[in-house]
Design a protein around this ligand. Structure first.
Ligand code: PEP
Ligand code: MG
Length: 591
């Protein structure tokens, strides 16, 4: 009986590395779960333990070879990941517990090792911290490697791939990923994995489109089946129809063309035709994304949200842990600067170990700097960690959600206190580090001229500024029609902030989402922003718009826009002018 072939089956996972790939599936099967359990006689125990030790030695040699290959990689991450795997290999628990199981349960080394790994899996499953939980896969990868060596499985498959394929696997270890040949592997997709898994980080830095966390892709896809992988959206099309194939081929060409075109701009100056310069920076939350910032030619980091460090864990990170993360970021970006924003919890950002539940009005409640000023020990710890990082490059420190000068002065007092504490400990820091605020409350905008005298820079957080100025919950989809960056009140608030900054001679940046939409470029230039910080993936598109613009024309346009009474009229005119002036950037809508 002939079965119907289903076309266009869609599967959605976590797109961790952008790009589109079209090709046939290569399923990577690992034999490690299939060998049967074997009981042994007491006189075989010593031999089995020796087999285990031999397999560990071989695994170490293999990882050391991969480690040497990693040295040729342009970024340090791959090498560091393999170092971590070598450390896991040295962990005595893996050997001692497995040896004990061989002796006690009289089973072969494979069975004993599988039991150890099962226990590790259970231990990790109980961990609440997402980052640490993801590290389970590192132990797992090392364990699987030892198992493969015990079974005598040859590590040849990945190197022997001779045609271009899309790799489909339950999980890929970072070591496997490192060995992927970019010319043969069009993309890879896995059942397991999360956004912060090392494999995802590597895929990004190697530029291989990848989707992880698909759960059942290895069961749904068979060897050689055609696939489309869209690493940007996290979508896979299994067995695409001719129509989907054509559609994605076109999207792929457009994506590649646009990316290549944009990449040509990477090292060109970020300035208008008539020479108005803007610093384009990256919003980066973790050192893992540094390669992305480099690829986009970012001029440093314009916003490092530190909340992610505090999330999904039961206790806050220590001073040393925070210091290490900040230092990695600062060193990698030097000589460009890194703006580190102190903890911004509360509102829609909840943190397990911080109990804010029960606030009737969280967006207006104990959020951001209000929380830090209440939890002084936590605040001081973070300030010391940031200050210590400032000894390794240029740090700019920003306080979120400042609503008045008292708060700013209280923050400065804590900063002085943190500096004194470090001086007592003889720990170095930059005593002249720049201190600024994220301007995101209406009161800070209204007081901008006064605040500007007491800070070194402003960074406008439009995500909140719009929410608070227009009294519109930024996360409420029913009110999205009211959430308008071009509202006349917002343009006036921005004008107030930029003028205050200019008069005080301090730089004024923007780090909210408004900074990444090319439609607003003329408005931002005319308002007088000196820096824009955004998701690294948006920087080159913004640079292209900037390089096509003129300051004088933007000034004239803003003057006209400010005469209009509603956001809709402002948007209408702006879209019209941008479509006429830059038809390539803003094609008119299809009729
Ligand atoms: C903002 O409010 O614009 C901002 C950059 O910060 P967050 O989105 O983290 O509140
Ligand atoms: Mg904000």
């Amino acid at each position: 009986m002939k079965t119907e072939v289903t076309h266009d089956q869609l599967l959605i996972g976590i797109g961790v590395s952008p790009g589109i790939a079209i090709g046939r599936a290569l399923l990577l099967h690992r034999p490690t779960d299939v060998s049967p359990e074997r009981n042994i006689a007491p006189d075989e125990v010593a031999d089995e333990i020796q087999r285990l030790r031999d397999a560990i030695t071989l695994s170490r040699q293999q990882l050391e070879t991969v480690r040497r290959q990693a040295e040729e990689h342009p970024t340090p991450e791959p090498g560091l990941i393999i170092d971590a795997h070598l450390l896991i290999l040295d962990d005595i628990m893996l050997v001692s517990e497995t040896s004990t199981t061989i002796e006690r349960d009289l089973v072969d080394a494979e069975t004993a090792l599988r039991r150890t790994l099962l226990r590790v899996r259970h231990l990790f499953a109980a961990i609440e911290d997402e980052y640490l939980r993801e590290r389970r896969s590192d132990v797992e990868f090392v364990g699987q490697r030892i198992l493969r060596n015990l079974i005598g499985y040859q590590e040849h498959l990945l190197q022997e791939i001779s045609e271009q394929v899309i790799l489909v696997a339950h999980d890929l270890s970072p070591a496997d990923t490192l060995q992927l040949d970019r010319n043969k592997i069009l993309a890879f997709v896995t059942d397991a994995g999360g956004r912060t898994s090392h494999t995802a980080i590597l895929a990004r830095s190697m530029g291989i489109p990848a989707i992880v966390g698909l759960e059942s892709v290895t069961q749904l896809v068979s060897q050689g089946l055609p696939l489309i992988v869209d690493g940007t959206t996290g979508m896979i099309v299994i067995h695409p129809s001719a129509e989907s194939f054509r559609d994605y081929l076109q999207r792929k060409q457009q994506y590649e063309y646009a990316t290549q075109e944009l990449e040509l701009l990477r090292d060109l100056p970020a300035q208008t035709v008539d020479g108005y310069e803007l610093l384009l920076r990256a919003n980066l939350d973790a050192p893992a994304d540094i390669p992305l910032a480099r690829k986009s030619g970012a001029n440093g980091v314009g916003l490092m949200r530190t909340e992610f460090l505090f999330m999904n864990r039961t206790i806050p990170p220590s001073e040393d842990e925070q210091f290490q993360v900040y230092k990695d970021m600062v060193e990698a970006m030097a000589p460009a600067s890194v703006m580190i924003r102190t903890l911004d919890v509360g509102g829609d950002k909840l943190v397990d170990h911080i109990d804010l539940a029960g606030e009737a009005n969280p967006a207006l409640g104990l959020r951001a700097i209000r929380f830090s000023l209440k939890e002084e020990v936590l605040f001081r710890t973070q300030l010391r960690a940031i200050l210590r990082a400032s000894a390794f490059g240029k740090v700019r420190l920003a306080f979120p959600m400042i609503s008045g000068i008292e708060e700013l002065r209280a923050c400065r007092a804590h900063l002085r206190g943190a500096m004194d504490e470090l001086s007592v400990r003889h720990q170095p820091f930059d005593p002249a580090l720049e201190v600024g605020i994220v301007v995101e409350t209406p009161s800070a905008a209204l007081l901008a001229a006064l605040i500007a005298r007491e800070v070194d820079f402003f960074s406008v957080g439009t995500n909140d500024l719009i929410q608070y100025c227009l009294a519109v919950d930024r996360g409420n989809e029913h009110l999205a029609y009211l959430y308008d960056p071009l509202h006349p009140a917002i343009l006036r608030a921005l004008q107030l902030i930029c003028t205050a900054g200019k008069n005080a001679g301090i730089p004024v940046g923007m780090c909210g989402e408004m900074a990444s939409d090319p439609l607003y470029i003329a408005v931002l230039i005319a308002l007088g922003f000196t820096e824009l910080s955004m998701n690294p993936g948006d920087i080159l598109r913004m640079k292209r718009a900037l390089r096509l613009s003129r300051k004088d024309r933007s000034d004239a346009l803003l003057a006209t826009l400010l005469t209009l009474p509603t956001g809709a009229e402002i948007r209408h005119l702006l879209e019209d002018v941008m479509q006429t002036s830059f038809p390539d950037l803003f094609p008119p809508p299809e009729i």
